[in-house]
Design a protein around this ligand. Structure first.
Ligand code: C5P
Length: 275
């Protein structure tokens, strides 16, 4: 019997570290990033159909394109089969947590199951974050995002916060290019130190200072996260504006999220476990 519809979870992508290590001749930046995935995300359903369609539902659906501009649609077209896609949107858009990329990867994973063949799609063509989102597992990401190596990591407990402003990734990279950067270094020669929270705390997100210049509210989010009881470190993910704090236990993250939600009901605040 052929499956009629496949539902796939599209988890939020969190860059625990993001070092910019160089720039290619075509302008794209070389990255070295420790990426993990949250138990918070969107839901994508794909079903065989005679023509392409996309329906966007859920609490974060407002403003999300439901046509060929959506990365989900582009992913399905690249796969080469018409499908009816439902995207149940829970993640904020243009938020540094790979919503669009994770949705596109979920469409491809769903279609691989539905049609019983690998996608054959050159993933970086859809977006730099699509290869790691296809893996949807803790990984070290290098190159412009196309070099992805899975890591065996213990889970981390976090609070994710987005202040409701969209950030343009190219704008953040443009501001980065105009600044005197800290030396462009890779994270580590081996993956061993990646396991430790205090090692992560000593790393950085090189896009954080330029993103704060583009959207100063990000500094306010980082201060609020760092002030939460039990927060071990606060940092921005991707090119922002979503930031995270790490906690020793899920209970500590849950408690901190409740505290911050009531102080800032206008912000998107979620406790999460990262894997
Ligand atoms: O690939 P994606 O669509 O996510 O990238 C958005 C923009 O971010 C690119 O057009 C480029 O300006 C910038 N970018 C970059 N280096 C990367 C990834 C993205 O400069 N590794």
């Amino acid at each position: 019997m052929t499956a009629q519809a496949i539902e796939v979870f599209a988890p939020a992508k969190i860059n625990l570290t993001l070092h910019v290590t160089g720039q290619r001749a075509d302008g794209y930046h070389l990255l070295d990033s420790l990426v993990m995935f949250a138990d918070v995300g969107d839901r994508v359903t794909v079903a065989r159909a005679s023509e392409m369609s996309l329906r966007v539902t859920g609490p974060m659906a407002a403003g999300v394109p439901d046509d060929a501009r959506n990365l989900c649609w582009k992913a399905a077209e690249a796969f080469g089969e018409p499908v009816a896609i439902t995207l149940d949107k829970h993640l904020p858009a243009a938020a540094g947590i790979g919503g669009g990329s994770s949705d596109a990867a979920a469409v491809l994973r769903g279609m691989e199951q539905l049609f019983g063949r690998p996608s054959g799609v050159h993933l970086p063509d859809l977006g730099a974050d699509v290869p790691v989102c296809m893996l949807a597992h803790a990984a070290r990401m290098q190159g412009i995002g196309e070099e992805v190596r899975p890591l065996d990591m213990a889970p981390f407990h976090a609070v994710l916060v987005n202040p409701g402003v969209e950030v343009s990734t190219p704008a953040v990279f443009r501001v980065l290019g105009r600044r005197d950067n800290a030396p462009m270094t890779s994270m580590a020669e081996t993956d061993v130190p990646l396991m430790a929270l205090d090692w992560i705390a000593r790393q950085r997100n090189d896009l954080q200072p330029p993103a704060i210049m583009v959207k100063p509210v990000i500094a306010e989010v980082l201060d609020a996260l760092a002030a939460l009881e039990g927060a071990r470190l606060a940092r921005m993910s991707g090119s922002g504006a979503t930031c995270f704090a790490l906690f020793d236990t899920r209970a500590a993250a849950d408690g901190a999220a409740t505290t911050l939600s009531s102080a800032r009901p206008d912000w998107w605040v979620r406790p999460a476990t990262l894997r």
